[in-house]
Design a protein around this ligand. Structure first.
Ligand SMILES: CC(C)[C@H](C(=O)O)[C@@H](O)C(=O)O
Ligand code: SF4
Length: 785
């Protein structure tokens, strides 16, 4: 069993340390991944890369797939198959492609006809796939949700999805430790969603950049697992890579009886619990950043702007941007208010809404629905509300809610009772806002266009969204319902023996499909080891093969000034439906670049000369690329011709994704240095980036400033190296690590589940042989990792 090697350590240090397969002198680490969740949006290009290289999925037993983003949430009574059910062509293609890939590569899959289908971050915990002390990844930024179990869980880009599929490892570096301690007691009517909105308001959307947050303190301890998940979920909105809560009795209680957790009461369970208990941060562990919050300062909170940090108590008013400290902030604030259709000084409770959305991976679990139903019971949705939707996070949540009669409460009040999926959280499926519609939403992002082009989103807790539906305006739930404590804490008490466990028992029956697949399973479910050799020289950037080399880049640099340019702005959701990496250049900065389809906005920098030819972007605003993990953002930039972005800081996932595509994000924290480069861009002159010498120069070759870059990344960029091939060179170490894990933490091997009666495991789909192709399998000299 992995144990702490160096004391004192934080929870993060312990989990990270226990998963190191290899460490280089420069701190580059090969990290073993225990659990990989896969969805249809960020996986097609990864599977395509695998197939092109003739590679297999190394650990199908540790991989779980579902469709969630694109699926309609209408009744599935007439569902025959996904191909005939999904009307929209590109959505259908992504879902069908995932179904083909899970069959081809032998991966467990919960499809639309399976009641275990749902939002990827709801189903992992629900099944016990997510366990304390594990490393969990998914091509999705809200993977941070799983950190509620004391797992190190974070979002990755599509190139990394491919890397994990092929090697079960990731190349990474240590993050900083950040502690958010919330002490005291939550006031009546204050939910865990209010806690995290308050935290983000306090630290800002870049507050956790480069860090893993550990949430602790008496408030966190008092919360249920579902409430903790809502908090960890939005760590990414605080800029952090991941959020974690140390596992405790609440965690163990939640895991008892979950289909994929070790069997409760068994020797394995006891051994696992002993290990999980050892993960608590050491009392004298050091944190790089400390944030202390007193629970009495937290009130029901809502957002007013287009960034999750734009929070205000429901009792407050729309802020006046003219009072903001810097011109960049003032300009940003003015734009937000215009977009949101709000006037400074308006009381938040006077803002009239059009739609209500209760759902998403933040707030679509059974306790969220219970808490919302308690507010709604016996009342009616206000007549001005055009649509109020309840979208359970999974088929199992829906079923449990129906058992408790919650569906009836919602329907009687005038809500729509939908099927599971991401739904209106990001409008990649038919559930969207119309332009200028205002929505009270329990989701996690209020970016421009997030829920539909020109839609206006106010983030809040489930009880607050329920209250808004009833009042027809943003509303203070405390005026509608009487609470003794946090609604979440009250909702954690199930009226009946809990759902999921009841379902876990039901699932003990193996269905015919599973039996058939079981018969086809080879006895030995040992991990499939693939020892393909390194390939090099493949043409397309970001493809499975080598990357084009990056040494010196000279070209026009486009100036930008906005802070928090999010990946939804770089490439909006409607363009994520491609199953290719190329062709996204025309959609880059879509909302800012076009006034209407085909009509360019003449004011947008990339529509002006000479910036149409830009190879570089110089942005003076911080936190470039925040938000979603979509690798489509660097793909779109690259396709447009931009190979480097210079900014004072970047969001972690975007930063990583850029390197994986042979692009160079450059951090220039010094204001004067950045201003010099920005001035060249504004003047329309060329800028030169000299990577070997780490210098930015003007067009005459004069140095403007120097920059730092990680040695390993520089080496890979200059030599156009393919990460997957490099990792595969370390096959012996990976295999050795797996042998040790099997001995010490046997509950982490998915093969254990296969023997357990009732676990669909990879039995739910027939494992078909992976097609072998010779394309790309060019043998080269071993590369130094
Ligand atoms: C589609 C996916 C890449 C994205 C994410 O990473 O967050 C989505 O889930 C979102 O919420 O924007
Ligand atoms: S944030 Fe929204 S779109 Fe992203 S995974 Fe969660 S529910 Fe789906």
């Amino acid at each position: 069993m992995p144990t702490a090697e160096r004391a004192p350590q934080t929870l993060y240090d312990k989990v990270f340390q226990a998963h190191i397969v290899d460490e280089k002198l420069d701190g580059t680490i090969l990290l073993y991944i225990d659990r990989h969740l896969v969805h249809e949006v960020t996986s097609p290009q990864a599977f395509e890369g695998l197939e092109a290289a003739g590679r297999k999925v190394r650990r199908p037993d540790c991989t779980l797939a579902t469709t969630d983003h694109n699926v309609p949430t209408t009744s599935r009574k007439a569902l025959k198959n996904i191909a005939s059910f999904i009307q929209e062509d590109e959505s259908r293609t992504q879902c069908v492609t995932l179904e083909e890939n899970v069959k081809k590569f032998g991966i467990t899959y919960f499809g639309l006809s399976d009641k275990r289908q749902g939002i990827v971050h709801v189903i992992g915990p629900e099944q016990g796939f997510t366990l304390p002390g594990t490393t969990v990844v998914c091509g999705d930024s809200h993977t941070s949700t799983h950190g509620a179990f004391g797992a190190l869980a974070f979002g990755i880009g599509t190139s990394e999805v491919e890397h994990v599929l092929a090697t079960q490892c990731l190349i990474t570096k240590r993050s900083k430790n950040m502690r958010v301690q919330v002490d005291g007691e939550l006031a009546p009517g204050v939910s865990s969603k209010d806690v995290i909105l308050h935290v983000i308001g306090k630290v800002g959307t870049a507050g956790g950049t480069g860090a893993v947050i550990e949430y602790c303190g008496s408030v966190i301890r008092s919360l249920s697992m579902e409430a903790r998940m809502s908090i960890c979920n939005m760590s990414i909105e605080a800029g952090a890579r991941a959020g974690m809560v140390a596992p405790d009795e609440v965690t163990f209680e939640y895991l008892k009886g979950r289909p994929l957790a070790p069997k409760y009461g068994s020797e394995e369970w006891n051994k696992a619990v002993a290990y999980w208990k050892s993960l608590q941060s050491d009392p004298d562990a050091k944190y790089d950043i400390d944030v202390f919050i007193d629970a009495k300062d937290i009130v029901p909170t809502v957002t007013w702007g287009t960034s999750p940090e734009d929070v205000v108590p429901i009792t407050g008013v729309v802020p006046d941007p003219e009072t903001f400290p810097t011109e960049t902030k003032r300009a940003g604030g003015r734009r937000m208010l215009e977009y949101m259709g709000l006037v400074p000084g308006t009381p938040m409770e006077e803002i009239v809404i059009d739609k209500v959305f209760i759902g998403s991976c933040t707030n679509s679990r059974i306790e969220d629905l219970r808490a919302a139903a308690q507010v709604v019971k016996g009342r009616k949705v206000a007549s001005n509300v055009k649509r109020a939707m309840i979208v359970p996070g999974s088929g199992l949540v829906k079923e449990q809610a129906e058992k408790e009669g919650l569906d009836k409460i919602f329907i009687d009040a005038g809500f729509e009772w939908r099927e599971a999926g991401c739904s209106m959280c990001l409008g990649m499926n038919p559930d969207i806002l119309s332009p200028k519609e205002r929505c009270a939403s329990t989701s996690n992002r209020n970016f421009e266009g997030r829920q539909g082009a020109q839609g206006r989103t106010h983030l809040m807790s489930p009880v607050m969204a329920a209250a808004a539906a009833i009042v027809g305006k943003l509303a203070d739930v405390r005026k509608l319902a009487k609470y003794n404590g946090s609604p979440h804490i009250e909702a954690a008490i199930a009226p009946e023996p809990t759902t999921e466990k009841a379902h876990a028992d039901e699932r003990i029956e193996t269905d015919d499909h599973e039996k058939e697949a079981l018969a086809d399973q080879p006895e030995d479910q040992s991990p499939q080891i693939n020892t393909s050799v390194v390939r090099s020289g493949a043409a397309a950037a970001g493809a499975a093969g080598g990357l084009p080399k990056f040494t010196v880049l000279k070209g026009i640099a486009a100036p930008m000034e906005k802070a928090n340019i999010d990946t939804d702005a770089i490439i909006p959701k409607q363009f994520l439906k491609t199953i290719k990496r190329t062709g996204l250049g025309s959609a880059l900065f879509y909302e800012m670049r076009y006034l209407e389809p085909g009509v360019e906005n003449p004011d947008f920098v990339l529509n002006r000369e000479p910036y149409r030819r830009a190879k570089i972007i110089v942005c003076t605003g911080a936190n470039f690329g925040c938000g979603s993990s979509r690798e489509h953002a660097p793909w779109a930039l690259r396709d447009f011709g931009v190979l480097s972005v210079i900014a004072p800081s970047f969001a972690d996932i975007f930063f990583n994704n850029s390197f994986k595509n042979g692009m160079l994000p450059i951090v220039i924290p010094n204001k004067d240095d950045l201003e010099r480069v920005h001035a060249e861009a504004v003047a329309g002159r060329e800028v030169e980036i000299d990577l070997p010498n780490q210098l930015v120069k003007d067009e005459k070759g004069n140095t403007l400033c120097s920059f730092d870059v990680d040695e390993f990344r520089k080496h890979c960029l200059i030599n156009g190296l393919d990460d997957i091939g490099l990792t595969m060179q370390l096959e012996d170490k990976i295999a050795e690590f797996e042998r040790k894990m099997t001995l010490e933490t046997p509950w982490l091997d998915g093969k254990g589940y296969l023997k357990r009666k009732g676990m669909g495991g990879q039995l739910a789909v027939k494992a078909a042989p992976v097609p072998k192709t010779n394309r790309g399998d060019v043998k080269t000299e071993p590369l130094e990792w």
